[in-house]
Design a protein around this ligand. Structure first.
Ligand code: GTP
Ligand code: MG
Length: 281
């Protein structure tokens, strides 16, 4: 999957597109990865959407720690923001989205009723940083492979609405937003969970970061899954995993293969459902 590499020009364009879309919708569906609810947010979204009703969807909950997901929902919710935690691949989420949208847009619905207008379907758009599940969300609703998101010239010309249900219409194009870059740890988490291209951060740095984090926060996830003893450094622990798994090249551990396979295990939640950011941090 080709990932966007963000440059200032890309960000300006994405911001401009987002501002165009925002004029057209009643509420915004922002998707974040439930495993990294902070790192997977766009640093400017709140400023861009101003007072527009805001629904945060925490996606990939099937790979996140369930107890932590509950806490995150609680922490992110407030009177302007609704939060839903979803497995976009296996859950039928339409009714929940619809319900949340109606709660968020209650003032608008009331206003239309007072004016004697029959409430029209609410309009919404999906946005979020790469890889959080935007296309999965839209495709599920559209029952088709939705259009490619990148490089669409003349946004307003190509706008299409998908009928979500009787109550909601969804913009068929997601707003692809940039993540926060100026924090090294955020960059590592994004790379670990696939939101930035693998070439941007070396696979070794990602693996070492993940192993270090797990040794500090959930060592049992490593010992149980790999059936190893934790070593004094992340590098030694990884080498132990490599030897245990027979990833050898002659007598030495094939480090490239080890690092790649370890990162893949994490992405696939092989060592368990881990949430990499704690509420109230
Ligand atoms: N396990 C799991 N995988 C998911 C979920 N939602 C999406 N995915 C997977 O995550 C990957 C990225 O999903 P996409 O829908 O392509 O994400 P996107 O936000 O459109 O990504 P870009 O187009 O790169 O910006 C795909 O492999 C999906 O199958 C979920 O809730 N659970
Ligand atoms: Mg997409």
């Amino acid at each position: 999957m080709a990932k966007i590499q963000w440059f200032p020009g890309h960000m300006t364009k994405a911001k401009r597109e987002m501002e165009q879309y925002l004029k057209l919708v009643d509420f915004v569906i922002e998707i974040r990865d439930a495993r990294i609810p902070i790192s997977s947010k766009n640093p400017m979204l709140e400023q861009m959407i101003k007072n527009k009703p805001h629904l945060i969807v925490l996606s990939k909950i099937d790979k996140a720690n369930p107890e932590m997901t509950k806490q995150w929902v609680h922490q992110l919710e407030n009177n302007r923001v609704q939060v839903l935690a979803l497995d976009l691949l296996h859950q039928n989420f339409k009714a929940q989205i619809s319900h949340a949208g109606k709660i968020l847009c209650q003032p608008l619905i009331e206003k239309q009723k007072r004016r004697g207008i029959r409430p029209r379907p609410l309009r919404a758009m999906v946005c979020g940083i790469p890889n959080v599940g935007k296309s999965t969300f839209i495709n599920t609703v559209a029952h088709k492979k939705a259009a490619q998101t990148a490089n669409r010239p003349g946004v307003t010309k190509s706008l299409q609405w998908i009928r979500f249900n009787a109550d909601i219409e969804l913009l068929d194009t997601p707003g692809v937003l940039w993540p926060k870059f100026d924090d090294e740890e955020i960059g590592l988490k994004l790379a670990l969970l696939g939101a930035v291209r693998d070439e941007v951060v070396s696979i070794e740095d990602i693996a070492l970061y993940a192993c270090d984090w797990m040794m500090k926060n959930c060592p049992e996830a490593l010992t149980n899954y790999y059936q190893i003893e934790i070593q004094s450094t992340p590098y030694e622990t990884l080498l132990t995993i490599g030897r245990k798994r027979g990833m050898l090249q002659g007598n030495e551990v094939d480090e490239d293969r080890l690092m790649k396979s370890f990162v893949k295990d994490i992405r696939d939640a092989k060592c368990g459902r881990i949430t990499w950011e704690f509420p109230n941090d």
